[in-house]
Design a protein around this ligand. Structure first.
Ligand SMILES: Cc1cc2nc3c(=O)[nH]c(=O)nc-3n(C[C@H](O)[C@H](O)[C@H](O)COP(=O)(O)OP(=O)(O)OC[C@H]3O[C@@H](n4cnc5c(N)ncnc54)[C@H](O)[C@@H]3O)c2cc1C
Length: 813
C-alpha cells in the first residue's frame, strides 16, 4: 500500500506569513535578509495561485509619491539581478516605459516625478512627440504633448519572479509550506498567535496577513476589518505581430491616460490592459473568494473595456490588425486610496498587514524590504505613513470603501492635480457646521473621512487645479491677512483626541513622550513619542486638566496609530485609562490680534494675559457653551482653539461670527493655515516629522528633556553624540509662479544634496518658503543651494528662524 509521507511541520516560528503571492514572498525574503531567520510562509495552494500568477507583470517606476517611488525602484533594481542570484528565471524585460502626456498640465506632473527620480535614483527623461515616435514608431501621437520615458523599469513573468524570490528565501533558511490552508488564528494570553493550518498548528510571535483577496477573511479571525475591494481587471493578448518580430529592441511599455490603458509587446504579440472608467465590477460578492478558489479567472467581459480598447487601437493601429487570442480577467485589490496596507494591523500587537496592493508585482520586493525593516528594527528607512493600515478607521465601512475603490480604479491613469477633489463616498464625516460653511462658499477637502475647510470662495469661483499658483492665490492671501491683521475662524474637527487618566497618567506620559508632561493644571506642552530608535512616531499636544487627567491632541492620520501607541505602551499594573474622544468634539480655531477682544464679548472668563497666558488650557463657557479653550494655534498669532462638544459647534460658530463681524472676522481654511504655519516655521507631523527621523535631524531638541527617562532617549543621545546624516532646514525660495510641493530635489551644483518635504507661499511675508532635509553641512543659516520646482532650478537660502514673529511676541501678548 502506498503511504504518503509528510515531513512533520514545525510547531514554532518567529514569524508566520499567510499567503504566498508576490507580497508575502517579498516580505519573507526581506525578513530573512534583515536577520530574522525563523520565518515561515504558509500558502493554501501553489505559490502565486492568487492574483499574482495572472498579472501582466509591469513594474513601472513613474510614481508621483516619493516614498512609493522608492518601493518601486527597489523592486526594479532587485528583479533584474534575481535570476543571476538564484539561478531561477524571472522573465525580466528591461524595456522601460513611456507615459504619454495628454493634457498640458501632465507636463508639470512629469517634472515633479523627474525630480523624485533624481532623488530616488531611477532614470527618467521628458521627451517630445518626435522622440517618442523614434522609440515607438507605431504610435499615433495626436493630442500628445510629451512623454515621460523611464529607462530602468520593465516587466517580469510574475510567477517565475515570485518563485525566484522564494528560492532566495529558502536559501537563507526560510520555510515555505505549500498546499496548506490556514484555517484559523487566535491570539494567546501571552500575546503570541496560534495559527491553525491543515497540516498542524504553529505558534508564532509575529503574524502577517499577506492573503491578497482573502485578507479580510484572515483579518476577521482577529477582529480586524481590512478596507479594500476585489475589483475585476482585464488585459488582452493579441496574435503575433510580424513588425514586432522584426525588431531588435523591445518596445517600452506605453501608459496612455487618454485610453486609460497600458500596452506593450508580449514576446511578438501585443498585450493591452484597460482600466475602464465606468461599469467597473467586483470580483466576488462581498463575502470574497471561496477558500477552494485557486488560480481563478473570470469569463471575458468585452462590453466595459471596448470603448477603451478602441482608443488604444486608434493610438497604436498595428494592434488593431492582430486578432485577440487571450483575455485575462482576474481579481485585483483596491484600497480606499490605492496604496497598499503595509504595517501593523490596528488594535492587535504583532499582527501585520502586507496586502491591499493593486500593483503588487512591482511593489512586492520593495514593500517586503521596507516592511521587514519596520518589523525587525522597529522603523523603516522610508516614511511609511501613507501605507500604514491604521490610516483608516471604523468610518471606512463597506459602502465608503466600495465607492472609493471604484473611483481609484477608474482613475488609475488620471493623475490627481493639487486642488482637485475626488468625490466618491463623500461627504462621510461631517459636523453640524458643515452645511453652514458650505453655504458660505467653503470648499472642503477630505482627510480620514472628515470634510475640512480648504478655502472659502468669495464669488462662487472654482479652483483651477494645478501645481502653479492659481485663481485662489489672492483669495487665500486675503484669508491670511485677516488672521494676521484682525481675526479668523476655522473649524478643524479632525484632530485625534484622547483622554489619559489615572494615578499613573503623568508618569506614563513622561515615559512615552520626550518632552516634560505639563506640571501645572492647565499647562500645555508639545511633545513627541519616539520609538526605541529615537524616531518620531507622533506629536501630541498635551493639556493637563487635573492632577490625574490629561487631554491629548494629535494629527488626523495618527488616530489609530496613537490609540495603539498609547494602549500598547501601558505597563502591567500601571493605573492608566485611555479614552478615545475624537468624535465627541469639534474644534474652532479663533486666531488673530483681535481674537481676545472677540471672545471677551462671549465669556465671563478673564482672557487677559495675566490670567490666561500662552500655552494654557481651561474649561470655560463661551456664548453659553462649555468648551475646552486652549491658548495655542498653528498659525502663529494670539488665539484660542475652542474644543466644543460636537452638537454645539454650529451654535458657537454663529455666536463667534456675530461678535466678530464688527471686528472684521473672516473664515479661513487649510490653504491659509499652511501658508501661516510656514511663515512661522512650524514643521508638520507626518511630513517633516516622521518615522524616518529623530528630533536631532529635525532640529527640535528643545522639545526633548534629557533630564528624565523616556522611550528613545538612548537613541537621541547617540544621534547627538555620533551626528546625523541629514538635517532639516527652513528655507526661502526664489520661486516664480509655483512653490515647493514636496519631494523636489535640492541641488548644490550638480549634486542632489537633499529633498523638500513641504512648502508654499507665505502670503503676509510675501516669500516662498519650504522645509528640506539636506546633508548637515548645507543646513546652516545662510547656506545657498537650488530647489528644482517643475523643472526649473530656483535659488534657495537657509533662514535663521521664522520669518514671522521669530520671538513669539504675538503669541505672548
Ligand atoms: C489582470 C491583472 C493584471 C495585473 N497586472 C499587474 C501588473 O502588470 N503589475 C503589477 O504590479 N500588478 C498587476 N496586477 C496586480 C497584481 O496581480 C496584484 O497586486 C498582486 O498579485 C497581489 O499580490 P498578493 O501577494 O498581495 O496577493 P496574491 O497573489 O493573491 O497572494 C495571496 C495568497 O494568499 C493565499 N492565501 C489566502 N488565504 C490563505 C490561507 N487562509 N491560507 C494559506 N494561504 C492563503 C492565496 O492562495 C494567495 O496565493 C494585475 C492584476 C490583474 C488582475
Amino acid at each position: 500500500m502506498f503511504v504518503r509521507k509528510y515531513k512533520t511541520m514545525q510547531t514554532h516560528a518567529r514569524v508566520v506569513i499567510i499567503g504566498g503571492g508576490m507580497m508575502g514572498v517579498g516580505l519573507l525574503y526581506h525578513l530573512l535578509l534583515e536577520g530574522w531567520t525563523d520565518c515561515m510562509l504558509i500558502e493554501k495552494a501553489a505559490l502565486t495561485s492568487g492574483s499574482t500568477w495572472h498579472a501582466a507583470g509591469q513594474c513601472p517606476s513613474f510614481i508621483a509619491n516619493y516614498n512609493m517611488a522608492k518601493i518601486h525602484h527597489y523592486s526594479n533594481t532587485l528583479y533584474p539581478k534575481l535570476e543571476a542570484m538564484t539561478g531561477h528565471p524571472t522573465g525580466w524585460h528591461g524595456c522601460g516605459g513611456i507615459r504619454l502626456a495628454t493634457r498640458p498640465e501632465d507636463i508639470d506632473y512629469f517634472h515633479l516625478v523627474k525630480g523624485i527620480a533624481a532623488n530616488v535614483g531611477f532614470r527618467m527623461e521628458i521627451i517630445s512627440p518626435d522622440e517618442i515616435r523614434k522609440i515607438n514608431p507605431f504610435l499615433q501621437l495626436h493630442g500628445v504633448y510629451a512623454g515621460a520615458w523611464t529607462l530602468d523599469d520593465g516587466h517580469v513573468d510574475p510567477s517565475s519572479c515570485c518563485n525566484a524570490m522564494a528560492a532566495a528565501a529558502r536559501k537563507l533558511g526560510g520555510t515555505i509550506s505549500l498546499y496548506n490552508r490556514v484555517t484559523g488564528v487566535r491570539q494567546l494570553p501571552n500575546g503570541e498567535f496560534e495559527v491553525q493550518s491543515e497540516k498542524g498548528n504553529i505558534i508564532c510571535e509575529h503574524l502577517v496577513n499577506a492573503a491578497g483577496c482573502y485578507a479580510d477573511k484572515v483579518g476577521a479571525w482577529l477582529g480586524v476589518h481590512i478596507p479594500f475591494v476585489n475589483m475585476k481587471h482585464q488585459y488582452v493578448v493579441t496574435e503575433e505581430i510580424p513588425e514586432f518580430a522584426a525588431r531588435d529592441v523591445e518596445l517600452p511599455v506605453t501608459r496612455d491616460p487618454s485610453a486609460s490603458a497600458y500596452y506593450r509587446q508580449e514576446q511578438n504579440s501585443g498585450l493591452i490592459g484597460l482600466y475602464e472608467r465606468s461599469n467597473t465590477r467586483e470580483a466576488w460578492p462581498s463575502s470574497g473568494p471561496a477558500w477552494a478558489s485557486e488560480s481563478e479567472l473570470f469569463p471575458v467581459e468585452y462590453g466595459p473595456i471596448m470603448p477603451w480598447l478602441e482608443r488604444v487601437m486608434e493610438r497604436m493601429p498595428i494592434l488593431a490588425d492582430a486578432g485577440i487570442i487571450r483575455v485575462v480577467n482576474g481579481a485585483i485589490s483596491h484600497t480606499i486610496d490605492s496604496n497598499p496596507l503595509l504595517g501593523p494591523a490596528p488594535g492587535v500587537r504583532n499582527f501585520w498587514l502586507c496586502t491591499g496592493s493593486s500593483i503588487g508585482i512591482a511593489q512586492g520586493a520593495g514593500s517586503g524590504k521596507y516592511l521587514a525593516q519596520w518589523m525587525v528594527h522597529g522603523a523603516s528607512e522610508i516614511n511609511m505613513l501613507a501605507f500604514d493600515p491604521r490610516r483608516f478607521g471604523s468610518y471606512a465601512d463597506r459602502a465608503y470603501t466600495e465607492a472609493k475603490a471604484h473611483q481609484e480604479y477608474w482613475d488609475m491613469y488620471d493623475m490627481q492635480l493639487p486642488g482637485e477633489e475626488r468625490l466618491a463616498g463623500r461627504p462621510k464625516r461631517i459636523t453640524p457646521l458643515y452645511e453652514t460653511l458650505k453655504a458660505k462658499g467653503c470648499v472642503h477637502g477630505e482627510a480620514v473621512g472628515w470634510e475640512r475647510p480648504k478655502w472659502f470662495s468669495p464669488d462662487g469661483r472654482k479652483e483651477q487645479p494645478g501645481f502653479c499658483r492659481n485663481n485662489v492665490f489672492e483669495v487665500v492671501a486675503a484669508e491670511c491677512r485677516a488672521v494676521r491683521e484682525r481675526v479668523g475662524v476655522m473649524e478643524l474637527p479632525s484632530f485625534s483626541k484622547f483622554e489619559v487618566t489615572g494615578p499613573d497618567a503623568e508618569a506614563f506620559l513622561n515615559r512615552v513622550t520626550a518632552n516634560r508632561t505639563p506640571t501645572r493644571i492647565g499647562g500645555i506642552a508639545l511633545t513627541h513619542a519616539l520609538n526605541d530608535n529615537g524616531r518620531i512616531q507622533t506629536e501630541f499636544t498635551i493639556t493637563r486638566l487635573a492632577a490625574d487627567r490629561f487631554y491629548l491632541l494629535s494629527g488626523a492620520y495618527a488616530h489609530l496609530r496613537d490609540l495603539d501607541l498609547l494602549n500598547q505602551s501601558k505597563l502591567a499594573g500601571e493605573q492608566v485609562t485611555i479614552t478615545d474622544i475624537t468624535n465627541d468634539y469639534s474644534v474652532l480655531i479663533v486666531a488673530g490680534p483681535r481674537s481676545r477682544e472677540l471672545l471677551a464679548q462671549l465669556t465671563d472668563q478673564d482672557l487677559t494675559n495675566a490670567s490666561f497666558r500662552w500655552l494654557t488650557g481651561k474649561e470655560i463657557s463661551v456664548a453659553g457653551v462649555v468648551v475646552r479653550a486652549l491658548r495655542v494655534n498653528y498659525v502663529g498669532e494670539l488665539g484660542w482653539e475652542l474644543h466644543v462638544p460636537m452638537a454645539q459647534v454650529a451654535t458657537l460658530y454663529q455666536a463667534i461670527w456675530a461678535a466678530g463681524e464688527p471686528l472684521g472676522i473672516a473664515d479661513f481654511g487649510l490653504y491659509a493655515m499652511n501658508s501661516l504655519r510656514l511663515e512661522k516655521g512650524y514643521a508638520g507631523w507626518g511630513v517633516e516629522l516622521t518615522n524616518e527621523i529623530t528630533p536631532v535631524e529635525a532640529g527640535i531638541e528643545r522639545f526633548v528633556k534629557l533630564d528624565k527617562e523616556f522611550v528613545g532617549k538612548a537613541a537621541v543621545l547617540k544621534a547627538q553624540r555620533d551626528g546625523v546624516a541629514i538635517k532639516m532646514a527652513y528655507v526661502e525660495v526664489a520661486a516664480n509662479d509655483a512653490d515647493v510641493y514636496g519631494g523636489e530635489p535640492v541641488w548644490a551644483d550638480d549634486q542632489v544634496i537633499g529633498v523638500t518635504t513641504s512648502g508654499g507661499y507665505g502670503h503676509t511675508v510675501q516669500k516662498s518658503l519650504a522645509f528640506v532635509y539636506v546633508l548637515p553641512e548645507y543646513a546652516k543659516p545662510g547656506t545657498q543651494f537650488a530647489i528644482e520646482i517643475l523643472g526649473k532650478r530656483c535659488a534657495a537660502q537657509v533662514l535663521t528662524g521664522p520669518v514671522h514673529d521669530p520671538q513669539n511676541q504675538r503669541l505672548r501678548v
